[in-house]
Design a protein around this ligand. Structure first.
Ligand SMILES: NC(=O)c1ccc[n+]([C@@H]2O[C@H](COP(=O)([O-])OP(=O)(O)OC[C@H]3O[C@@H](n4cnc5c(N)ncnc54)[C@H](OP(=O)(O)O)[C@@H]3O)[C@@H](O)[C@H]2O)c1
Length: 230
């Protein structure tokens, strides 16, 4: 668990995923910048979070300012918006840890499918668009609805994938600051593709068991799971 406090920025931080992660990480003591294409929308989102955390801990900004002012930047826009957004922010994001949460999904006829991505997956696409940033894939399987309920303990694992070991450790530390979450090292960034695809399965299960918000727990990890008597 990290004790260092960071400025964490959310591109598209006005949606449930950006606001939810922002809320949880502001509660953990970090400064959070909620980004938007529209400053008024970002302000509205920041006011919402300020009901639960000290107001000075949450600020509104345009996405471009978020990229400049944040130490760690989360991509929390829909997958189709990622390419043009990141192309515009390549320079301010140089050297920074960038967390890819986006999932390439298609919804049709009551079903959810994973979309093919030329680069392999959304996280690899982000890394290709930001060659001098340190992209980490994480948080793709967590429910934003649960993140947004500040008193709810989120009992799930977050699989974190990256090629940069230090960036991965940092994001695993951030994930574990959210009550109930355990971070699991998912290996290289290319493994993010499996994590992203798992979300399609979870959403299909949510549709079968109406009202569910399924997440993931991985059992049997030697050294992480509680040993059983055998
Ligand atoms: N929702 C979940 O439970 C969940 C869970 C895990 C991962 N995710 C991933 O997290 C990401 C965000 O999810 P979300 O549900 O929060 O998404 P969302 O509400 O659809 O979008 C988030 C924000 O992205 C911005 N945006 C939308 N279209 C854009 C465009 N064309 N260009 C630039 N910005 C645009 C909007 O902000 P402004 O209009 O203010 O600019 C919007 O409020 C997605 O990639 C999703 O796959 C979501």
């Amino acid at each position: 668990m990290t004790t260092q406090r960071f400025t964490l920025g959310f591109l598209g931080g006005t949606g449930p995923e950006g606001k939810g992660l922002g809320l949880r990480l502001a509660l953990a003591g970090h400064e959070v910048l909620l980004g938007s294409r529209d400053f008024a929308r970002a302000q509205e989102a920041a006011l919402e979070l300020a009901q639960h955390v000290p107001p000075q801990r949450v600020r509104a900004a345009l996405n471009a300012q978020v990229a400049v002012d944040s130490q760690v930047v989360f991509i929390t826009v829909p997958y189709p918006a990622q390419r043009s957004l990141l192309e515009d922010l390549r320079e301010p994001l140089v050297g920074k840890v960038v967390v890819s949460t986006s999932i390439p999904l298609a919804f049709s006829q009551g079903k959810v499918r994973s979309l093919p991505v030329e680069e392999g997956c959304a996280a690899l696409q982000a890394q290709a668009l930001l060659p001098r940033s340190r992209v980490v894939g994480a948080f793709q399987n967590v429910s934003a609805v649960d993140l947004l309920a500040p008193d709810r303990v989120i009992d799930c694992d977050i699989v974190v994938c990256a090629d940069d070991a230090e960036a991965k450790r940092l994001v695993m530390g951030l994930a574990e600051e959210i009550k109930g979450i355990r971070a699991v090292d998912g290996g290289a960034l290319e493994n993010s593709g499996y994590v992203e695809q798992l979300t399609a399965l979870l959403l299909n299960i949510n549709r079968i068991y109406r009202g569910s918000r399924t997440m993931v727990k991985i059992v049997g990890i030697r050294g992480l799971d509680t040993p059983t008597a055998s």
